[in-house]
Design a protein around this ligand. Structure first.
Ligand SMILES: Cc1ncc(COP(=O)(O)O)c(C=O)c1O
Length: 467
């Protein structure tokens, strides 16, 4: 059997040091490169090769990486990437990924430091959100999975243990979220076997869930003999950054003994900011919260998290007894509960290390400042738009997302303007649809983005005569 380790480590060491130097240079000089560039056809075709039966020298592979992969990545590390809700990453997290790779810890379970670090991260997250110290949770790929896991916990809570054995049959369960909820919420209903038809997408008022309409929908379902089991609040909606009235939702959930979940994919971490935290009041009353460390906390992808107030429910939802994975009182198989019993994954990487190192290296005050500054930049962009004759806001600016367009522009013109900016490598905004019309969507998340970047972005969107 060939060993995959070299007999002489010196070449690999040299290559590793070179990679490290190059990647630090890459982060230090992000502005010298385009935000994004399209992968040319021949380069794309070079990733359609058959299985490599024999190996290639890692130094040659690294050369291939620098020429054919590195230049064509998403670009979200770049300060002028303002699309979707992508975090910028950070150098400490990058280094932590190297350490985690060297440890190659399987954090599904067992008694080792990886699990201790993950529990620390969950406890820190609960503290940020104002949840009790006994709160449980697991790290996942992202908020899509975190929302799904929370929904399965709510389903188990509503239907009891039998649902895991018998599945679903005429449950009559109904869930509620705003019409502005992320697509992963209907996706979770679908994957959980409850069906998207059992999700009531309640109309919004000012992009926030309309509380009176929610109450009316619950009333109608109760009158029809259905069983409301889950109310989902959004803290930072994907389109506009709107925050639902979480206190009102918590009250309604408490009155109906309904599970209260908050999708705070990016917005929940605004709880770090003393200025914004009051707008998240009610978050601390959630039964579960889904959010990402890879967005505002700038941890490298991927780093999603679900918090479950009662970890017993997570255990009841996911734990399984098998001989080959039994826990033990001592030895490496000790240390239950294991993350594999709190969520769907068994084999899991050491995501917690990069999160813990990021939070510890910079301190939470730094992230509060990033939240505040990105929101300030969004307001600055809003002011530029409001003072321009050629631009118009498409939605109010609630946090760090600004939706706008050129006045009197068609959807095709907006789409083309955004694609032009992206293809020029100058800026990477995205688009969304607000009230049926396409809008440019700037999501300012990256800790590297400055006021000058935002002013240059606004100038690039303005018609030439107004620049
Ligand atoms: C409000 C909201 N929920 C859920 C998600 C999905 O998160 P992820 O992409 O980490 O799966 C997003 C992504 O931006 C989001 O903004």
């Amino acid at each position: 059997m060939p060993s995959l380790d070299p007999t002489d480590w010196s070449d690999l060491r040299t290559l590793g040091h070179r990679m490290m130097d190059d990647m630090i240079d890459h982060l230090a000089n992000l502005r010298e490169n385009p935000v994004w560039q399209k992968m040319p056809g021949p380069v794309r075709d070079s990733f359609k090769n058959p299985l490599p039966a024999t190996g290639t020298d890692p130094t040659t592979l690294y050369q291939t990486f620098t020429e054919t992969i590195q230049p064509y990545v998403t670009g979200n590390t770049h300060p002028r990437f303002v699309g979707w809700v992508h975090g910028g990453g950070n150098p400490v997290s990058m280094l932590a990924e190297l350490l985690a790779g060297a440890m190659n810890a399987n954090c599904g379970g067992r008694d080792h430091s990886g699990i201790a670090v993950e529990r620390q991260v969950i406890a820190l997250a609960a503290e940020i959100m104002g949840m009790p110290p006994a709160t449980g949770g697991v790290l996942l790929t992202g908020s899509s999975m975190a929302n799904f896991v929370a929904l399965l916990c709510a389903r188990r809570h509503a239907l009891g243990p039998q649902v895991r054995q018998d599945g679903l049959a005429n449950t009559q369960l109904t869930a509620y979220a705003s019409a502005a909820a992320h697509r992963c919420i209907p996706g979770a209903m679908d994957m959980a076997g409850l069906g998207t038809a059992a999700l009531r997408l309640i109309p919004t008022a000012d992009h926030r869930i309309d509380i009176a309409k929610l109450q009316a929908a619950i009333g109608e379902d109760l009158a029809a003999g259905r069983k409301p089991f889950l109310i989902i609040g959004t803290a930072g909606s994907v389109d506009t950054g709107a925050i639902d009235d979480l206190t009102a939702l918590a009250d309604i959930a408490a009155a109906g003994k309904t599970w209260f979940h908050v999708d705070g994919a990016f917005g929940a971490l605004a709880a770090l900011s003393p200025a914004i935290k009051p707008r998240l009041a009610g978050l601390e009353r959630a039964d579960s919260i889904a959010f990402d460390f890879h967005k505002w906390a700038q941890v490298t992808y991927d780093a999603g998290c679900v918090l479950i107030r009662d970890p017993g429910i997570a255990l009841a939802t996911f734990a399984q007894q098998t001989g080959y994975l039994a826990g033990a009182k001592r030895g490496l198989a000790a240390g239950e509960p294991w993350p594999c019993d709190l969520g769907p994954d068994l084999s899991r990487g050491f995501r917690a290390l990069k999160i813990w190192m990021t939070l510890s290296a910079y301190g939470t005050d730094a992230f509060a400042a990033i939240v505040d500054e990105t929101c300030r930049l969004a307001k600055h962009l809003e002011a530029i738009i409001n003072s321009s004759d050629s631009l118009e806001l498409a939605a109010p600016v609630s946090l760090n997302i600004v939706c706008f367009r050129r006045r009197n522009s068609t959807d095709a013109q907006t789409e083309s303007l955004v694609a032009d900016l992206q293809e020029a490598g100058a800026f990477a905004p995205s688009t969304t649809r607000i009230d049926g019309r396409l809008a440019i969507r700037a999501a300012i998340v990256n800790h590297r983005t400055t006021q000058a970047d935002i002013e240059a972005f606004a100038a690039a969107v303005l018609p030439a005569r107004e620049r």
